[in-house]
Design a protein around this ligand. Structure first.
Ligand code: NOJ
Length: 516
């Protein structure tokens, strides 16, 4: 693999609970991933990011970590991780491990000691504070991203502890040097085991404003509970120093290890401060998933990202977001649009992050209330449906009841499209993803990062990437003809053609041309 492989890597996110279950308990596991790696090879991705597989009471399905250097028995053990890593490396796939440094589980030994002995040094690793009104009210008015207050009372001491997410996820105090030292050890543990990189959860949240004062209660972009637009809570000036420190650690290992931050801020000028040769290698660019269907909006988003990052990442879906087929209107139309946008992103410089199941064209699943499991659902009393609908298991076979995912009872029900989108039916979307990734691979090395926009009708997005790849996305309801000379390399819908310097692009589809 070339050095700085991550710069144009296609990374596939595995939400471990829902990828493949090897032991029939209804929950996916490391061995299930290992035995389904060939799907990723056939798809043509470069790396997999596996969501947390640490011991966890599962208040937030693994994003509440009770021990950062071990494996949850439901998911396997350290030997299973080693086997997965070796098998992935044998196939030329890199493996990215998910780190959760903003908070631990309330079952982590540090927190348990902090509660059991308020005078212990562990107490200082968290944000315990006296409440207001003689302790009856939380120390400030902060709310949890999952809904409800961001503070819970420790009944034994009467103090309150901060949790930006669930009460089972107490926030660490990154102003304490012990926390930094402990985390250096955690990084080294996984780097020594051979991990190729880290995805860093809530990377923009590690520090909170020192005063922990009340927030102004103004409407937040993204709605109540949103991750964005909270100047006291996110993106404090000190936070990037953590990643400078971590970069010295990853750079001290051979093998081109990398870090990608979940920096959930929509202002790319702020996000880009997290990325660079002396800090994170990449940050998720969440602007695309928020961009509505339409050429002008997509172009503006893409241009902004290309200006800010060298080069950007592209995120259309993940385990926290409504599946993009559904966001784009659902059904065949949603699938068509989803494919069209994905093809445009795959033609651009940078690193696309794919989410398991999007290559099958899966829609958001309608999970009935009695099967919902997401803390967001519970903490908002069902007002926010939560993220279960994008996390339902992967259907490997059209035949049920376990669809090749499990021999037992799946932890979440399958979506209504499980039979029609199953891997063994080779849905049209899967064929399209395989083609896109294979053509992209064949062009690797021959393309540069410069992008030139082509003048076209308003509903069309068209650009030429340095090296002669022309990409035309038609967001109109009708087919369009665009002046562009070249041979068609790929089309996401039937009916595309090119002749005499004119390419016909069907409605809601993308065409790639190689300039002659
Ligand atoms: C972001 C993760 O992607 C999400 O699933 C999780 O609930 C929060 N961080 C808290 O860890």
């Amino acid at each position: 693999m070339p050095s700085e492989w991550w710069r144009d890597a296609v990374v596939y996110e595995i939400y471990i609970r829902s990828y493949a279950d090897s032991d029939g308990d209804g929950v996916g596991d490391l061995e299930g991933i290992r035995t389904h790696l060939d799907h990723l090879v056939d798809l043509g991705v470069d790396a997999l990011w596996v969501t947390p597989f640490y011991p966890s009471p599962m208040a937030d399905h693994g994003y509440d970590v009770a021990d950062y250097t071990d494996v949850e028995p439901t998911f396997g053990d350290l030997a299973a991780f080693d086997r997965l890593l070796a098998a992935a490396h044998d196939r030329g796939l890199r493996v990215i491990v998910d780190l959760v440094p903003n908070h631990t589980s309330s079952e982590h030994a540090w927190f348990k000691e902090a509660v059991a002995d308020p005078s212990s040094a562990m107490r200082e690793r968290y944000l315990f504070r006296d409440g207001r009104d003689g302790g009856a009210l939380p120390p400030n008015n902060w709310t949890s991203v999952f809904g409800g207050p961001a503070w819970s009372r420790d009944e034994a001491s009467g103090q309150w502890y901060l949790h930006l997410f669930d009460s089972g996820q107490p926030d660490l105090d990154w102003r304490n040097p012990d926390v930094h030292e402990a985390w250096r050890g955690i990084l080294r543990f996984w780097l020594d085991r051979g991990a190729d990189g880290f995805r860093i959860d809530v990377a923009h949240g590690l520090y909170k404003s020192a005063l922990l004062a009340d927030e102004e209660t103004v409407a937040r972009p993204g709605g109540p509970g949103s991750n964005v637009g909270r100047p006291q809570v996110w993106d404090q000036p000190e936070v990037t120093d953590v990643f400078r420190d971590w970069r010295r650690i990853t750079d001290s290992y051979d093998g081109d290890r990398m870090m990608v931050g979940e920096v959930f801020i929509l202002d790319v000028d702020r996000v880009k401060r997290y990325v660079g040769d002396d800090r994170l290698h990449q940050a998720f660019n969440f602007t695309v998933f928020r961009t509505p269907w339409g050429a002008a909006a997509l172009r503006a988003t893409i241009e902004t990202a290309l200006d800010a990052f060298d080069p950007p990442t592209w995120v259309l879906s993940n385990h926290d977001l409504t599946r993009h087929v559904t966001r784009y209107g659902g059904g065949d139309l949603g699938r068509r649009r989803g494919l069209a946008v994905t093809a445009a992103l795959l033609a651009l410089p940078g690193s696309p992050y794919l989410y398991q199941g999007e290559e099958l064209g899966l829609e958001e699943s309608d999970v009935p209330p009695e099967r919902r499991t997401d803390p967001t659902w519970f903490r908002t009393g069902g007002k926010v449906p939560g993220r279960d609908g994008c996390r339902t298991p992967i259907p490997w076979t059209a035949a049920g009841p376990g669809h090749g995912f499990t021999t037992g009872h799946p932890w979440l029900p399958f979506g209504a499209d499980a039979a029609t989108c199953a891997v063994d039916t080779t849905p049209a979307v899967l064929t399209a993803y395989r083609s896109m990734l294979s053509v992209r691979r064949s062009l690797r090395g021959s393309l540069g990062n410069r992008v030139t926009w082509l003048d076209t009708a308003d509903d069309v997005l068209a650009f030429e990437r340095e090296g002669g790849l022309v990409c035309v996305l038609n967001t109109a309801a009708e087919d369009v003809d665009v002046m562009a000379a070249g041979d068609i390399l790929l089309a996401t819908a039937q009916g595309a053609s090119a002749s005499g310097g004119v390419v016909t692009v069907p409605s809601a589809s993308t065409v790639w041309l190689r300039r002659r």
